[in-house]
Design a protein around this ligand. Sequence first.
Ligand code: FA5
Length: 381
Amino acid sequence: MPPPARPPMTIDQKVRKPLKELDVKGVGDIQRLFFELSQTLDGEANSLVIKGARSEAEREQICKTFRNRWLGRKSGLIAQADENWLKTAGTDYKRDAGRFFNALRAQVEEKVTALPAEIRLHVGVDAVFTDAGSPDLTLPGHRRPRGSVHPVTRVMREIEDIFLGLGFSIESGPEIESVYYNFEALNIPESHPARDDWDTLYVDSQTLLRTHTSPVQIRAMEKHGAPLHILCPGKCYRHDNPDSTHATMFHQVEGLAVDTDISFADLKGTLDFFARKFFGEKIRTNFFPSFFPFTEPSGDLAISCVFCEGEGCRVCKESGWVEVMGCGMVHPEVLRHGGIDPERYSGWAFGLGVERFAMMKYDINDIQLFHQGDVRFLEQF
Ligand code: FA5
């Protein structure tokens, strides 16, 4: 009789083993390991949030245990991933492993910080526990209506998944941003007329609500240097008049790739691949010249209209094409502001509007529907 199959290793077991014992054959295998840890992190945090706490003391204890499990100095999962995966990655994999590790550590730190506010106290839940501390199963249960993922979040995750598969990692930056990162570092000095393109909500003369996710480009370059392949999803704010395609708060996803020998062909190839993955293989892409102060040359990516398949209709104004994002080669001045030598490195970047992508994907004709919280709309997703 063959010996019984061994059960698959848990992530806790894997993180305690050096890479060579995990049969790692390439960067993809390392990325999968970090991705598994990242999914475990999300899963554990989500189940703690769903469970909630019955008292302030219990909430503190839950958060402490979670922090120790992930960030504990010696036996925390991050320390273990550092010791067993990062340190044992050979020179060929060191750079990528470092990138995955940094992204994961940032994600863990963010979760650990956010958790106390996310775990809600269940006031009155004590009543369902008997004096002996065990639950009283004779009490009627609470039926909670089932929620669903918001379409904007769903689309954002779909975009993230496509780029994670290409080796990009996720970065985030503040929504309350400085004038320097939002404009100056992006080659938009105070007198530049392009500042008018972004109707800005100022907090004070040097602080604003970011008008796009592009400032994260500079922050990421400063933080990680080159090479860099990142995706920055997040909220943006503009003083735009609300209508069916404009909101004052909306979401963007920024992409940035910086490396040696990056050309416009890489940008075109990547965005064409992305558009076909997201909208379907039939989609065709077209690049039109455009202008952004932080890219040179700049372009707008248009896709063949998803509604008429390029034949011409009301949505595409009979042109057969719909513009979906701005993009271009990162301006040398922007690389310099990020601390990267433009003589050695080049890069491309893009920025897209998530609500507009969701509108095309799900045939939604009013952007305001995303932000009104109407359950009749949301429960369709
Ligand atoms: C930008 O914001 C540039 N930062 C994009 C970029 C990044 C170009 C990197 C080059 C390189 P733009 O202002 O066109 O560009 O906005 C990008 C997308 O955000 C638009 O295509 C649109 O989909 C979305 N968007 C802009 N304003 C609004 C709004 N008020 N409501 C909803 N979506 C909006």
